[in-house]
Design a binder for this molecule. Structure first.
Ligand SMILES: Nc1ncnc2c1ncn2[C@@H]1O[C@H](COP(=O)(O)OP(=O)(O)OP(=O)(O)O)[C@@H](O)[C@H]1O
Length: 706
């Protein structure tokens, strides 16, 4: 046993000697002057570089470096960067961070979107492991965590590019793959030196992979650190991951926006970190070559505006942000139907991973329109760039705005962005301006606007299974998303839900359960002002349907309001098809349920071509409602009176006809008995009863006819 121990320690000491020699060799190699370059321009690497850590007091030597080839990095890395052609000069964040990170320090790096933060952490990872002569048997030496699969995948590409001449093993661990891939990952993960992953997948390996070992971790990187530590959906996972990492490590944190609360970072146990915010003193928080605009647009005109905008920018690559997946699915599907020749694409979290990747690369390759949720708002770098970023739904906060618009104008390219703001959301402008975001208003050209709501309504009628449910879900999920945003700016109860519903082609506003309490509480406030109105309001909402429509239009929907509405109007369409009292009464309860969320008379009407028409009547001022309802009550009483009189007359006529028939029958019976004829004949009375109430032919009559 003692012999075995001594042999083991001998092997270990030999191994460490060999390691020293290798380190020395690598150092000499990295110091070899490159062809054509001035050897004097390369600063000498300090002696403790062999330990993978530069002498921090000497980092100032490299602080003035502006090109990658001036950095104390290996020849292999320099070659890889040079072969890429585009990586010659360092960007601000790279110039600021690389000397510190190469010294082995903890760094918090903040810089505008598209400023090259990825290279600022990929180079230090590669160099640290290279100096430490890391090989597959050494296990996991570095972990990079990104919030989305797309960002992780892009980071992995950059890593492959920078490390192409190195011999490390690296793995991309992202979710959304088939089960057997997880098995393959489990077998290989312990032999990988660098793991680029999403938090969920990493935690899965930490929990499930036998002997998963990251005890030798050297560099830990958190990309988009603000969302990773403050977003509730990541927070728990991140805490679980961080608790399993060794404390002795280098930590690099990056983002375009700073974490809200420094306390969030406490969990990371940073050691005397360098906070490098290179654009802190910049006049703007967004890229300099980004032209930012906004347009004030009511909720129910957003789709019209978007459609008109896209039609005028057909040769551009347009990235459109919507709040929810259901909205993305609906708008993409609907616009595809409106114009099948345009390339429409959709990106959202639940999409199959291969399709997600394919969509990102396809969008990069041709002029097209990509509808996306916030899954594409951070970190994504589309190869050929994005011409326009359009935010149809206002982002929840300023950080989200910065990341969304940051998908264009990357590095030193130009880009444009357009934000749709509803009149109720104008407060967002103050926040953007306070955050040094230069944004200017543009006025839409009303003459060139095109309305799509009528066509959408047509499609919904034609393909109810496909579009109707999607439209309803889009509406509901959008409203839900508004309730989750900053209450200071967003108020779901103030939204014109009926108009919005009509604008996306829905014939009636679907029931929105989660809103009922809010609406009820707001109508309760109204009832406190005029207590008689509310119970009546609900009752009459149903009863109004009984009356001819032209009688309903009491001028509440004024001409002025109709003029404001750009959609075509057709007065004849206000008359609904006749309905019987019995069918209406049977649906009474259902009707009441649906209408409980809407004010009286805001039912959406369509003309023959499917164009939506302005609501029939609007109770703009609830305090006038009781007078209006009195008028309606009078008209209703008058109507019932006429109806009763009409019924009495019909009753009288029926009695006369019945008397005639009875008399005829008695006469026939008398004649038959006089002849002695006993054969039965079909009763004439029944001949009149041709069909039952459901419209089905009377079987007895048919048989007798045969
Ligand atoms: N030194 C450089 N020279 C030329 N191009 C560069 C340089 N550094 C990065 N780039 C390019 O700039 C683009 C943006 O880089 P990167 O994705 O790293 O930005 P980022 O700061 O991480 O952006 P985001 O905040 O949106 O995640 C990429 O296409 C990248 O190839």
């Amino acid at each position: 046993m003692r012999k075995l121990k001594s042999t083991k320690s001998r092997i270990q000491s030999q191994h460490s000697e060999l390691h020293e020699i290798e380190l020395l060799k690598s150092w000499i190699e990295s110091q070899q002057p490159e062809r054509g370059s001035n050897p004097m321009s390369l600063p000498a690497l300090p002696s403790d570089a062999r330990a993978g850590r530069l002498d921090s007091t000497r980092f100032s030597r490299y602080a003035g470096a502006t090109r990658f080839d001036q950095l104390p990095i290996s020849k292999k890395t320099k070659d890889a960067l040079r072969q890429c052609n585009k990586y010659v000069q360092m960007s601000d964040i790279q110039r600021a961070c690389l000397p510190h990170a190469l010294c082995g320090r903890d760094v918090r790096g903040a810089a505008k979107t598209g400023s090259g933060k990825t290279l600022a952490f990929v180079i230090p990872i590669v160099e640290k492991l290279y100096r430490g002569r890391w090989c597959p048997q050494d296990g996991v030496g570095s972990i990079v965590i990104s919030p989305t699969r797309e960002i992780a995948s892009q980071t992995f590409d950059v890593l492959r590019l920078v490390g192409r001449h190195h011999s490390f093993s690296a793995a991309l661990l992202i979710g959304g793959r088939r089960g057997k891939d997880v098995q393959v990952e489990k077998e290989l993960v312990n032999e990988c030196n660098i793991l680029v992953c999403t938090p969920g997948r990493l935690l899965q390996h930490m929990d499930e992979t036998p002997h998963f070992d990251c005890s030798q971790l050297q560099v830990f990187v958190l990309d988009e650190v603000d969302s990773m530590l403050s977003d509730p959906s990541f927070k728990q996972t991140m805490n679980a991951i961080i608790s399993q990492l060794p404390k002795q490590r280098q930590t690099l944190l990056f983002s375009a926006t700073h974490p809200k609360d420094v306390k969030d970072l406490a969990v990371l146990c940073l050691k005397d970190p360098e906070f490098l915010s290179v654009h802190e003193k910049s006049v703007t928080a967004t890229p300099n070559k980004l032209r930012q605009t906004f347009v004030i647009v009511p909720l129910h005109q957003k789709l019209d505006m978007l459609w008109s905008f896209i039609k005028r920018n057909l040769k551009s690559r347009i990235l459109v942000f919507l709040s929810t997946r259901k909205q993305v699915q609906f708008v993409c599907e609907a616009f595809k139907m409106l114009s099948p020749t345009i390339t429409w694409m959709a990106l959202y979290g639940k999409l199959d991973q291969r399709r997600r990747m394919a969509t990102v690369s396809e969008f990069s390759n041709q002029p097209s329109v990509l509808f996306s949720t916030d899954v594409a708002s951070r970190g994504l770098d589309f190869n050929q760039g994005v011409d326009w970023v359009v935010q149809v739904d206002c982002p929840g906060d300023v950080a989200s705005y910065i990341h969304r618009v940051g998908r264009t104008a990357r590095f030193d390219s130009v880009g444009k962005s357009l934000l749709f703001l509803m009149p109720s959301e104008e407060k967002m402008l103050e926040k953007l301006q306070a955050a040094n975001i230069p944004i200017r208003e543009i006025k839409p050209n009303k003459n060139v606007g095109q309305s799509v709501s009528g066509k959408l309504a047509n499609f919904i009628v034609q393909y109810p299974g496909l579009l109707h449910a999607r439209a309803q879900s889009a509406l509901k999920t959008y409203l839900k998303s508004v309730t989750k945003k900053d209450k200071e700016i967003f108020d779901v109860t103030k939204l014109p839900i009926d108009e919005f519903s009509a604008s996306i082609g829905l014939a009636s506003t679907p029931r929105i359960r989660f809103l009922s309490n809010k609406i009820k509480s707001s109508s309760k406030k109204a009832s406190e002002l005029s207590p008689v109105v509310e119970p009546e309001l609900l009752d009459k909402d149903h009863e109004l349907e009984l009356l001819p429509k032209e009688e309903l239009d009491l001028g509440a929907s004024s001409d002025e309001e109709r003029d404001k509405d750009p959609r075509p109007t057709n007065d004849t369409a206000h008359i609904s098809p006749p309905c019987t009292a019995s069918t209406r009464v049977s649906k009474k309860k259902k009707k009441l349920k649906i209408n409980i969320h809407r004010p009286v008379g805001t039912r959406v009407v369509f003309d023959e071509e499917g164009n939506t028409l302005p609501p029939l009547a609007r109770l703009a001022d609830i305090s006038n409602a009781s007078g209006l309802l009195d008028q309606i009550q009078d008209k209703k009483n008058e109507y019932y009176k006429k109806l009763r009189e009409g019924l009495k007359k019909v009753d009288k006529d029926d009695k006369v006809v019945d008397g005639h028939r009875r008399r005829e029958k008695r006469l026939k019976d008398k004649i038959r008995s006089q002849r002695g004829d006993t054969d039965e004949e079909p009763e004439e009375e029944e001949e009149e009863d041709v069909s039952d109430s459901e419209g089905e032919p009377n079987k007895r009559l048919l048989l007798s006819n045969c």
